[in-house]
Design a protein around this ligand. Structure first.
Ligand code: TYD
Ligand code: MG
Length: 460
């Protein structure tokens, strides 16, 4: 075996150093250096396997570069195609990260078995072949072209890739794969780095797209070095609340498309279902209008959808009122309540306030402010908000209503779903063309809001 040279690498940013350091000079983090066992130059499987396959590039002028449409492969799952930027790019390497149990393996197997005409090599280092078979039966889909391979040694995986020549490879998970050339345990920085770069070289050399599944640590970062994120072309994060069925696949990095795109899924008995129209599932339909419910026209990344905000305002039983927000930043909620107190004159200091979003969604869109305040007002006065009303706007400390980013898209989404009226900031630049079927109400301060929420309602 090749003689190994030692180096140290920062787990946070991937900074290399010849000696162990207490503090990283690059990112400033403490105690993040791990020993990296560097495989001897030229001995890497990657070099041996693919150096001949990589086409030689020549320097050329930008105007001489032939563009030709990048061919996108339809992966057979609309929401995954969407986050990838319209399909899979040949030779790309995609990292899917997520917490344990969120559904990464389910998604991976669904992609492998999808009816997409791709011959997929599904490599699992975590589950036995029987377990995979059981899951496939549960999903109820089968693709004759898909082969399952339970292996953790990288050299064997590459050898199978070269023998089978699959159209797509799925590796579940990168933390279980190891190479003999690096004398460290699987899941260590050294192993992850070496294995990922070898897979990258295979992907680029052969034009085969590879999905890599990666675990996420409690802090929410992909376990192993940040280096992994630098190596791959696309980083997708699979998020969701274990108690809820909705899952979001979020683009964190994408060399071939919009980064902030999201895909929405629902985890059902028979696997993940693409939710092409999140607004429709997130809006509940009530027989009778209820107080404390407002509809926000929100944007997550670049995708607009409508979301139901629920608030409960009740008389505080103790000296210090309780404030509780689920899926929303509670400091932001407290700020909005203070604005209501100061600018609208509501006695919020005597009230307990609870806030919640339908579907267990977590959102951090500043444009939600208006809907949060509207839900609180509705519960405070115990009056339902007029039907067919949506809201989108940010609220400033002096109670001014500022335009929400992408207001135009929010209005279109509300109109598409049949909303009759939307309240936005008076400072928002409005669409040049009138959007059909929806009235746009513009307000400049939060004190004007109530007028629109309860317009035309009888006062008892
Ligand atoms: P899994 O894909 O194993 O998660 P990960 O690979 O991210 O650790 O999915 C785990 C959960 O998903 C498990 O608790 C059961 C649930 N599940 C369903 O609800 N429906 C299904 O069809 C499948 C396959 C799993
Ligand atoms: Mg798994």
């Amino acid at each position: 075996m090749a003689e190994a040279k030692k180096a140290y690498v920062c787990r946070e940013c991937g900074y290399d150093a010849p000696k162990w350091l207490g503090k990283c000079p690059s990112c400033g983090a403490w105690n993040t250096f791990d020993e990296l066992v560097v495989a001897k130059k030229g001995s890497s499987v990657a070099a041996a396997v693919t150096s001949s396959a990589v086409p030689k590039a020549k320097p050329q002028r930008v105007q001489d570069i032939k563009t030709g449409e990048t061919k996108r492969i339809d992966i057979g799952q609309s929401e995954v195609n969407r986050v990838l930027g319209g399909g899979l790019v040949p030779g790309s390497i995609i990292l899917v990260g997520g917490e344990p149990g969120i559904g990464k393996s389910t998604l991976a197997l669904q992609l492998a078995l999808a009816d997409n005409g791709l011959r997929t090599l599904y490599v699992s280092g975590e589950e036995s072949a029987e377990q995979i078979k059981m899951r496939a039966e549960r999903l109820g889909i089968h693709n004759e072209e898909c082969v399952v391979y339970t292996e953790t040694l990288l050299e064997n995986i590459i050898a199978q890739c070269e023998a089978i020549k699959p159209d797509m490879v799925v590796v579940d998970s990168i933390q279980t794969i190891y190479t003999d050339l690096v004398d460290a345990s699987a899941g260590s920085v050294s192993q992850i780095r070496e294995c990922a770069s070898t897979l990258l070289k295979y992907a680029k050399g052969s034009g085969t797209p590879i999905f890599i599944i990666g675990h996420i640590t409690k802090e929410g970062t992909i376990a192993g070095p940040k280096v992994l994120e630098h190596i791959v072309d696309v980083v997708l994060q699979f998020e969701g609340d274990g108690n809820n069925t909705y899952r979001i696949l979020r683009g964190i990095k994408n060399r071939f498309g919009a980064t902030f795109e999201i895909g929405v899924f629902e985890m059902l008995e028979k696997g993940l279902r693409s939710v092409e129209n999140p607004s429709e599932v997130l809006l509940s339909h009530y027989d009778e209008p209820l107080s404390g419910i407002a509809v926000a026209a929100t944007v997550d990344g670049i995708r607009p959808y409508l979301l139901e905000v629920q608030a409960l305002v009740s008389q505080a039983a103790y000296g210090t009122p309780q404030r509780n927000a689920t899926g929303y930043d509670s400091r932001r909620m407290n700020m909005l309540l203070a604005i209501l107190e100061k600018r609208v004159g509501l006695k919020m200091f005597q009230k307990d306030v609870f806030l919640n979003f339908a579907g267990g969604f977590k959102v951090s869109d500043p444009g939600l402010d208006l809907a949060v305040v509207a839900a609180v007002l509705s519960s405070y006065f115990d009056r339902p908000i007029n039907e067919g009303l949506a809201l989108a706007g940010e609220i400033g400390l002096s109670g001014e209503v500022r335009p929400a980013p992408r207001t135009e898209q929010r209005i279109s989404e509300a109109a598409r779903l049949g909303f009759k009226k939307i309240v936005v900031s008076g400072y928002a630049s409005l669409p040049t063309k009138k959007i059909k079927g929806i009235e746009i109400a513009r307000i400049n301060t939060v004190s004007e809001l109530a007028r629109h929420l309860f317009a035309g309602q009888e006062v008892e």
